[in-house]
Design a protein around this ligand. Structure first.
Ligand code: DI6
Ligand code: FE
Length: 402
């Protein structure tokens, strides 16, 4: 079975907007269908002209968006810390006092896999409702072997409950739990590495991440975990240079990381290393905004060095309780001066690269038929409007999804 979409403007996202006015798209509707033909309607081959067509009223069609950095599986929330920060406490002070990530860890350890799935679904639904077709989900709020496995299983379950691709990232090296206080090396040996082996054996890991920061893990500790990830054949990525410069991005690049994420304190050496390795810079304006940071990531220097930039929600209970990619795009433009074109590349083609995926993120024959149809005429509108909820429909694997 094939379906034909017409009366649309397509943004192919191949190197830029790649706009095609009055385009036509032919897709397979079998499971995980692909785009079989794509181009200006005037060029539609005769073989497809007899297909019944769905006319989209001149709407904009983009690849379905890709949220390449989220932490949506967790229990509880941290509204009380939001109030504390507004009274002047810093994110790091709260973390060092045993709050922050560790308060979410306590709630998450007490939750069943089932409860974590239920808690994450509204967040996933909100991300989908704003145009996503692929969502990366990290563990990192369990911090024991059993609880990290529970989080990754919950993340995989999400992908069976909604029309979305979930990719899973192991992030046991996210924080040091109280029982390992002052013993971060032991935590890497006794929890991070063994949980990675166990999760990988269960097929639960698509990539490996860590938090390289003064309040978390040192570059040397991250490197030991990365070596293990590489021995299992898994791609790595890193929370790097979010609050300080520890040289995390350059370390990640040495391990051929698919991405380095946050990057507010990224150095010129880090940029050069990422450019050389082809590591994607994942820009997370939700965390910058929520923590009222003042040092923006070096967007102009990343652009000049030719580093591909992605944009994601970083949806998490502490630093970015945000569930909208168009909102992240708006913030990336307004706070960081990315262009709307860069922002949309950041949630499509470059987000796919940040996940090591080559079958999505652009519109072209052979790509997965994951499309977003927008109540918009030009793609700049997606970054420009605030809270617009402009999604008209999605097609996922070629099948309509309102
Ligand atoms: N950096 C972040 O912004 C999130 N994780 C990380 O390593 C925050 C996670 C949290 O505060 O719960
Ligand atoms: Fe994060």
């Amino acid at each position: 079975m094939a379906i034909l979409l017409t009366d649309l403007t397509a943004a192919t996202m191949r190197g830029g907007y790649g706009l095609i006015p009055d385009a036509a798209i032919v897709m397979d509707t079998v499971m995980d269908g692909a785009i079989t033909w794509f181009g200006p309607r005037a060029d539609l081959p005769a073989a497809y002209r007899a297909l019944p067509d769905t006319a989209l009223g001149g709407r904009l069609v983009t690849p379905a968006l890709i949220d390449c950095h989220t932490h949506i599986t967790f229990a509880g929330n941290r509204a009380s810390e939001f109030e504390l920060r507004l009274q002047g406490a810093s994110y790091e002070e709260i973390a060092r006092a045993g709050g922050g990530i560790l308060s979410t860890v306590t709630a998450t350890r007490a939750a069943t896999e089932e409860a974590l799935v239920s808690a994450a679904l509204p967040r996933l639904d909100a991300i989908i409702a704003d145009g996503a077709g692929t969502v990366e989900v990290k563990s990192g709020y369990g911090l024991t072997v059993a609880d990290e496995l529970k989080l990754l299983r919950a993340a995989r379950r999400l992908g069976t409950l909604r029309r979305v691709t979930i990719t899973t990232t192991h992030l046991a090296a996210h924080a040091i739990p109280p029982d390992y206080a002052g013993r971060a090396d032991a935590y890497i040996d006794e929890v991070a590495i063994p949980s990675l082996s166990a999760a990988h054996a269960e097929g639960l890991v698509d990539a490996v991440d860590a938090f390289c920061e003064g309040i978390a893990f040192s570059p040397a500790q991250v490197e030991r975990l990365f070596r293990h990830a590489k021995s299992l054949g898994l791609p790595v990525k890193l929370h790097a240079e979010q609050l300080s410069d520890l040289g995390g991005a350059a370390l990640a690049a040495r391990y051929d990381a698919v991405s380095a994420d946050h990057l507010e304190y990224l150095s010129p050496e880090g940029i050069a290393a990422m450019a050389k390795a082809g590591t994607v810079a994942v820009i997370l304006p939700g965390a910058f905004y929520t923590l009222r940071e003042t040092q923006a990531p070096p967007i102009a220097a990343l652009r000049a060095a030719g580093v591909a930039m992605a944009v994601a929600t970083d949806c998490n209970p502490g630093s970015s309780p945000m569930t909208s990619l168009p909102l992240a795009m708006n913030m990336a433009c307004t706070l960081f001066r990315m262009t709307p074109e860069e922002a949309l590349l950041g949630t499509t083609a470059h987000a796919a690269r940040a996940l090591g995926l080559t079958d999505r993120g652009t519109l072209a024959a052979g790509q997965r038929a994951d499309l977003a149809v927008w109540d918009a005429a030009h793609p700049a509108e997606l970054s420009y409007r605030i809270g617009a909820r402009a999604l008209h429909a999605r097609y996922i694997g070629g099948r309509f999804d309102a």
